[in-house]
Design a protein around this ligand. Sequence first.
Ligand code: ZN
Length: 161
Amino acid sequence: MGRVTVRRRPLPQSIRRQVFIRDRFICHYCGMPLSPRTGQVDHVVPVAEGGADEAENLVSACGNCNRGKSSKSIAEWATAREASRLQQLWMDRSGHPWPMPPRVVRGLIEAYGAPAVEGAFLSIAPTVGLNEGQHLWVPRLYDYLRTQRLSGRRAKKRRSV
Ligand SMILES: [Zn+2]
């Protein structure tokens, strides 16, 4: 699906700033950290389709995602969106003011699936100290997910016997 960028007028700075702050300066699609200078603001409903220049219709995006949206596969988009949603969930539950690295989130989703990762975030995030380094809690997440998967398999085996 081709996207035509219609920009009638530049977005007011105040709205751009509002969107970046709300989205915590990370790309809504791929989770990459953004700077106020290089970050872009993308219309969820395109202007050409009547989308408004209002914060509710805007998300922060990196240049690659904003420009190259149509070139990614649906599956890649789905994963990127899930990753960005889960990054947000992790920050909300852990209290960490910075996003989990996109590669870590995507690695977890690819290995275990988004629902399992969400479950792990909900269990582990509240136990993570604010000053606790990534090298401590990333292994805890993987341990949790592995344990869940093992107990899931065991349950399946029991049922099939
Ligand atoms: Zn991006």
